[in-house]
Design a protein around this ligand. Structure first.
Ligand SMILES: [Zn+2]
Length: 215
């Protein structure tokens, strides 16, 4: 698993380099240390698949390498649907897609269409690894991402986010993930068995409700 700096990632993506803050030079050593810690969080970029512009932003340690390996494995399962996603991200700009593993994220896993962002809650992914559910969680979110490539999908519908639209988005993501060989029924059962823990990990009371049933 290769790790690259933000500078290197920006170079690979053809983005302009960010210059270091020159005012730091005039600070005493202690203040400089505090500022440099503030300005560079412990996040690193882990290379998943450079051809797809897939780099994981995460703090090191814990489950991050296992997560990055699983993401690559799930991405391989997308198989012949990969070129369509890569072309879609290419067209969306050099930042697309974004992939983040984040402690305390308010959702277990998410796909944000506006930012082409896949986000995952670190603590919940540690639980998913133990339960052998990680690939299925990632497969579900990749399903949302794939649906976004279809202008007629619920994910591409820019209308008001009603419960019906949310359910349509879950159904289409589950259908696509299942077609790739991910087990959405097992994911639903695992999700419902861990709702209380998810609500604690995310501080999001929505997890006290049942997950959208897999049809
Ligand atoms: Zn979903």
């Amino acid at each position: 698993m290769d790790i690259i700096t933000e500078k290197e990632l920006r170079h690979r993506r053809g983005l302009p380099a960010v210059e270091p803050n020159p005012t730091l030079k005039f600070m005493d050593a202690e203040t400089q240390k505090i500022y440099s810690e503030m300005l560079s969080p412990p996040n690193q970029y882990f290379v998943i698949d450079p051809f797809a512009n897939l780099y994981l932003l995460a703090a090191g340690g814990g489950c991050v390498v296992a997560f990055a390996d699983a993401f690559l494995e799930a991405w391989k399962r997308v198989g012949e649907d990969r070129p369509r996603l890569v072309a879609f991200w290419d067209n969306a700009g050099p930042q697309a897609p974004s992939l983040k593993l984040e402690s305390g994220l308010s959702l277990i896993g998410k796909y944000d269409a506006k930012q082409h962002l896949f986000g995952f809650n670190t603590e919940a992914m540690e639980l998913a690894i133990k339960a052998d559910m990680l690939l299925h969680v990632i497969g579900h979110e990749l399903g949302h991402g794939w649906c976004h490539t279809d202008p007629a999908s619920a994910m591409s519908n820019p209308g008001a986010v009603t419960p019906e639209l949310l359910k349509a988005r879950e159904d289409e993501a589950n259908a696509k993930a299942a077609a790739w060989g991910f087990d959405m029924r097992a994911l639903e059962h695992w999700g419902n068995a861990n709702r209380k823990r998810f609500a604690e990990m995310t501080k999001n009371p929505a997890y006290l409700n049942e997950f959208t049933p897999v049809v």
